[in-house]
Design a protein. Structure first.
Ligand code: PCA
Length: 323
């Protein structure tokens, strides 16, 4: 018996010695479901941190707003209720206009443009978070945004009077400029909002169209590629400072890798999820030239309003975006 137990115990001790006795567990609330690339990317990030730190930091992902509702996540990380979290950047548009910038139609409409926009605005985002005791880890985009409607949209006027979902102050403003009526609805509530008639239309990515089964409530997807919004992952700066230096380095390395991987995932999602909309019976179509130019004109109004709210920094960012 002793001979059998010996290797077992030795093995157990060996595996225990790999896990530091100072192991830290971080609960991480995220707003979106497991089917989105954001959540999948964050799970890979958490696995990489665990691996790089030999289990010294264990990030437990609570997806789909299961631990904390989306509008509460920012405050929860600030207060230290949780050490780390993810949010949609546009959600903080009322805190600081810098967060509105990637919800403006046709300010940028390609991943390259979105990437430039991120490089240009990142320092201001980092500074804004820093002032709140937060540290930015990484940011990943959604696929470009398009219109989900019950009937085909030929002209911008077809959106007049429609009850449209909004997911940020900026998209509410867009709905107003389209003379539609905006209602804020979080992603988990999209199906219910359609089925109870609270909304008739939404602007979002093919990713969210698929995860909310848009074909159950709408029939047309206008692939307008109007803007490319982002999510961001941040930590409570005090919680981060409490980590041993080697763990801090591992987190930052995994964050850099997650950002690069996430951008690639978003590009791939654009095609696969748009195809899935079509496969489920939705008509996927391109905007007319008139629709695109009318929407761009509204985007110009929004860009001007935004620059004014930002002050001199706004003009500087807009000029840095020009090729
Ligand atoms: N999906 C999220 C944000 C942008 C997107 O594509 C949503 O619809 O709330």
């Amino acid at each position: 018996m002793r001979n059998v137990m010996k290797p077992l115990i030795a093995g157990l001790l060996a595996s225990l010695s790999c896990v530091s006795i100072t192991a830290t567990k971080w609960d991480m609330p995220t707003p979106y479901g497991d089917g989105t690339h954001h959540t999948q990317n964050i799970r890979e990030f958490a696995a990489e941190v665990a691996e790089k730190t030999n289990g010294e930091l264990n990030i437990v992902v609570h997806s789909g707003a299961s631990l904390i509702k989306h509008p509460e996540i920012h405050r929860a990380v600030r207060s230290g209720q949780v050490p780390i979290g993810e949010i949609f950047m546009g959600l903080l548009g009322n805190d600081n206009p810098i967060y509105q910038v990637d919800n403006i139609p046709f300010l940028v409409s390609s991943f390259d443009g979105a990437h430039t926009l991120w490089q240009v605005t990142r320092p201001a985002v980092e500074k804004s978070l820093q002032k709140q005791g937060l540290k930015l880890l990484f940011s990943v985009p959604w696929p470009p945004q398009g219109f989900y409607t019950k009937t085909r949209i030929e002209d911008i006027g077809d959106l007049k009077g429609i009850k449209m979902r909004a997911y940020s102050a900026t998209t509410s403003r867009l709905a107003e400029l389209l003379e539609a009526s905006p209602t804020t609805v979080q992603t988990p509530e999209i199906p219910q909002a359609f089925s109870t008639g609270i909304i008739d239309a939404m602007i979002t990515s093919p990713t969210t169209g698929v995860s909310s089964q848009a074909w159950d409530y709408t029939a047309y997807y206008l692939d307008s590629q109007a803007w490319i919004p982002k999510n961001m992952v941040f930590v409570n700066a005090r919680a981060f400072a409490r980590l041993p230096e080697s763990v801090q380095t591992a987190v930052m390395e995994a964050a850099t890798a997650a950002e690069a991987r996430g951008w690639k995932m978003a590009k791939a999602e654009t095609d696969t999820k748009t195809a899935e909309l079509a496969k489920n019976g939705m008509t996927v179509y391109q905007p007319s030239a008139k629709f695109a130019s009318d929407l761009a004109a509204i985007g110009q109004i929004m860009a001007n309003e935004w620059a004014q709210e930002m002050g001199p920094k706004g003009q500087q960012i807009l000029s840095e975006l020009k090729p």
